[in-house]
Design a protein around this ligand. Sequence first.
Ligand code: SUG
Length: 416
Amino acid sequence: MSPREINFDGIVGPSHNYAGLSLGNLASTKNAGAVSQPRAAALQGIDKMRANLALGLAQGIFLPHPRPDHAWLAELGASIETADPVLAANAMSASSMWAANAATVSPAPDTADGRCHLTVANLKTMPHRSHEWPATLAQLRLAFSSDAFAVHGPVPPAFGDEGAANHMRLAASHGEPGIEVFVYGVGGGAFPARQHLEASKALARLHRLEPDRVIFAQQSEEAIAAGAFHNDVVAVANERVLFAHEQAFADKDSLVGALEAKVPGFEYVEVPASEVPLADAVKSYLFNAQLVTPPDGQPTLIVPNEARETPSVWSWIERHLASNGPIRRVEVVDVRQSMANGGGPACLRLRVVADPATVDQRFMVDAAKLDALAAVIGAHWPEQIHHDDLQQPALVADIERARSALLEALDLSELN
Ligand code: SUG
């Protein structure tokens, strides 16, 4: 079978909470201390996957990480009972749900050895995310253990790497050789630039990409300063199409020029700041959409509810659809619980172009498996978490039991 795009969604973990841990992520800061709903959050994620399957897309999953991360706390000489509240929140975060930050993926048609390369992201900029990579790597090594894949450890933490959220691939179609665009940040006003150029260059070398099929593009400082802490908050690519905000890149003209020269049939869909200000793009997550090509060939944009609720954004979408532009269909999904922490539909998924038969089938889902997962979530995920309760022994025990129940249902207890 030929390669196709598989979306691997991170299942929202039972410790999902709002701790305000991500400086530069406006939603995270705004909702710090709010009461979270882990069960509803995880079920929203399952519904998104159901909708993807209904469109005819291939769907996979990644599992929540063990939380609290006792090993990480022990490295800090602490335990969940004794840690100060901020450290405890860092150890309890369910942030691995945002699978776009799990790894960077270069599919087989792009690489010198004809294997699909994945490098786990070190996520070193934010403490709560910096300890994700070992549990992510364990899953990548299981899911992609066949010879079709090469799985790499993280690049050294001297250089921040946030995974596929800062990587775009353009190609005539998914199975053709692509041009890979690595987007990095230099400055972001008061906010950190999380993806470093040196890390992006390392990924291109590790993945054995041909240098003239790789582009390094700087994210604009104004975008980071406006709350686009990852490139996927202001841009998304699929096959021949790049969909981006006018202010996404530091040097848009050279990026677009290079893509025009290198990608057969390249189409650039730009949203001007005069129609959708950066602030609206960030609030609505218009670009944190999944831009996909279902089997019917109609490029489809999967946006969060918040896009429909932002007038400038929704009228831009309506105008684009009426003009018969490159995006032919828009689907709206409810991922509000994730959005309140700055994670939209595209944050929740990692795209891997591969033959689904080469993936460990425990990480692939169909509608029946999603029903089974929803039942486990319904039975075990806490309904609510109040931020002040994160260290309560009863809650911690519930969270640990919930994850074990999920692993058991998926026959993945070896990840325990
Ligand atoms: O890293 N939020 C995540 C959101 C990640 C979104 N991913 C992509 N854009 N691809 C982050 O900022 C908030 C956690 C908290 O505050 O409790 C958080 O980690």
